[in-house]
Design a protein around this ligand. Structure first.
Ligand code: P6P
Length: 339
């Protein structure tokens, strides 16, 4: 869509918006828009089930553990299956990779039909499901190397740096269901209108405030944070700083959504339990970093830009610091001085 002001009463659905974005890419074939509509369909299915979780008695775990040994919640499985089914028949998805799948799933073995790779966390923050706290779906869209598909080892097709992402986004199942996405032309936000089942444009070209006096971190791990991070958080608590407000939901999508809209900083540093960080690079940190940068913010692992990290394994974890430029620059100064 152009950034011309919307006419009063002009309702724009996400499909219309995606097609408008596509018009900005003369080489776009429409396949990309068709793929994104598969994701919005899955989001509506997941949202309907998340909203009825208590009634449908699908709370609780199914007794299985995922690749990380985490108890898989029934909604995790439902969300994963919904996305798989909505993408498998799009005709242009070659590989999907999910937090809930040990290995990537090859949908289309060869030819241009399998152009896209979709990497996703079907239901992030799922441990919060049973206590009715916001959860989310995170997705990242990559392209297969046109020079040849390595379907003998689809993992190598998937292991691409974040700068290669064609699109990224999340759906947050909160007080309302919102979908936020970027194709590299700004960040756009849609609210699901359950009465018609459509995602309606809420905000275009969303910008993260340059400053924000809110930090978001699990302080229960503070004793094992790196020195520079400890010193930054100590500064946030001083009169000079404000002090900052602390907000932590324990659901990445919800914590990032607040940071995107209000500014501030989200931190998941290395901890004693997760010395390499807890969050996954491919389907959590990279899509969040793409959105943050498109909104004018920044995302690093404490040493380098998240989107420049070269993944070495499908479920690789990373420390994640993401937020307003001012806070990210200040954090980096504390980290650099502590070396
Ligand atoms: P902790 C949820 O399990 C998750 O993967 C993210 O959504 C969230 O940011 C993080 O873990 C919370 O981890 O260790 O603070 O409970």
């Amino acid at each position: 869509m152009s950034d011309e002001p919307k006419k009063a009463g002009h309702i724009i659905t996400i499909q219309e918006h995606i097609l408008g974005q596509q018009r900005n890419h003369p080489t776009a074939t429409g396949g990309f828009s068709w793929l994104l509509s598969g994701i919005t369909l899955a989001a509506r299915i997941i949202s309907a089930n998340v909203r009825r979780a208590g009634i449908l008695d699908i709370l609780g775990d199914i007794g299985n553990a995922n690749v990380f040994g985490e108890q898989q919640q029934k909604l995790d499985i439902l969300a994963n299956k919904s996305i798989e089914l909505c993408l498998e028949y799009r005709g242009n998805v070659g590989i999907i990779a999910s937090e809930e799948l040990d290995e990537p799933k090859v949908i289309t073995k060869s030819g241009t039909a399998g152009r896209y790779i979709v990497v996703f966390d079907p239901l992030d923050g799922s441990s919060n499901i049973d206590v009715n706290v916001s959860v989310g779906t995170i997705f990242s869209i990559l392209e297969r190397d046109p020079s040849g598909f390595n379907t003998s080892d689809p993992v190598t097709d998937v292991l691409q740096a974040g700068v290669k992402q064609l699109a990224a986004g999340y759906i947050v199942y909160g007080s309302s269901t919102m979908l936020v996405y970027t194709t590299g032309e700004g960040v756009h936000m849609f609210t699901l209108d359950p009465s018609v089942g459509a995602f309606i444009l809420a905000s275009e070209h969303v910008k993260m405030p340059e400053k924000g006096k809110c930090y978001s971190v699990n302080e229960g791990n503070a004793n094992s944070f790196p020195t520079g991070v400890k010193r930054y958080l100590d500064w946030c608590k001083t009169e000079e700083a404000g002090p900052f407000t602390s907000r932590y939901i324990g659901s990445l999508v919800a914590d990032f959504h607040r940071t995107l809209l209000r500014g501030g900083i989200f931190l998941y540093p290395p901890t004693a339990k997760s010395p390499g960080g807890k969050l996954r690079l491919l389907y959590e940190a990279n899509p969040i970093a793409f959105l943050a940068e498109q909104a004018g913010g920044a995302a690093t692992d404490g040493k380098k830009r998240i989107m420049e990290k070269i993944p070495t394994s499908l479920h690789e974890r990373t420390p994640l610091f993401v937020g307003s430029k001012t806070e990210m620059d200040r954090l980096q100064r504390f980290v650099d001085e502590a070396k």
